[in-house]
Design a protein around this ligand. Structure first.
Ligand code: GAR
Length: 201
């Protein structure tokens, strides 16, 4: 059976991408990275992907037509034979049309225990709310904001002396772990969806 071909979408640093790429390189993840894309040509994650010899591209969004932009991105992903799209710090909402082209084939990592604290600055939101436990979530993407069915979550305790930076760092370590775990699960295919619930088969 051929390996699952991943397409990575990122906007910034790319540490989640790097964790996935390292796990692919060392054989922990039985997938291949077919394409790395960024909406920001200067994203450090994209530069890293290039040094790894991966096939990369970027498209700066110039107008306001989200649907037209997403159509171009979807075409690039398809041209590169991508089976599963992994959002790795991709700071754009995807259009419904884009999502419908990869049904249950788009994954996202989010730095909170969803449905708490969707959207931007999830770690700051958690600190401001005063929760004692937050964490991270890998979920399938639907056309809502961080709202699709959940694959995996990991809790992280909030400490009294945490800043956004210290909390983010501990959450990030868990993100790096569970994202590859979730991708491996999707690659094995031994799951089923029952409503919103993603369960082992
Ligand atoms: C990660 O913390 C990721 O969970 C978050 O952006 C960061 C990207 O870091 N994503 C979101 O907040 C999406 N709503 P990275 O570029 O080092 O992977």
């Amino acid at each position: 059976m051929s390996k699952l071909r991943l397409g990575i979408l990122l906007s910034g640093r790319g540490s989640n991408f790097e964790a996935i790429a390292r796990n692919v390189q060392n054989g922990v993840l039985n997938c291949e990275i077919g394409f790395v894309f960024s909406n920001r040509p200067a994203a450090p994650g994209l530069a890293l992907a290039r040094t790894m010899g991966l096939h990369c591209d970027s498209l700066e969004m110039t107008g306001t037509d989200r649907a037209a932009y997403d159509t171009q991105v979807a075409a690039l992903l398809k041209k590169n034979g991508v089976d599963v799209v992994c959002l790795a710090g991709y700071m754009r909402l995807l259009s419904g049309h884009f999502v419908s082209q990869f049904p249950q084939r788009i994954l996202n990592i989010h730095p909170s225990l969803l449905p708490a604290f969707p959207g931007l600055d999830a770690q700051y939101q958690a600190l401001m709310h005063g929760v004692k436990v937050t964490g991270c979530t890998v979920h399938f993407v639907d056309d809502g904001l961080d709202s699709g069915p959940i694959l995996l979550q990991a809790p992280v305790a909030v400490l009294d002396d945490d800043s956004v930076e210290t909390l983010s760092q501990r959450i990030l370590a868990e993100e790096h772990r569970i994202y590859s775990e979730a991708i491996a699960w999707v690659a094995r295919g031994d799951y089923r969806l029952d409503g919103r619930r993603v369960m082992k088969t």
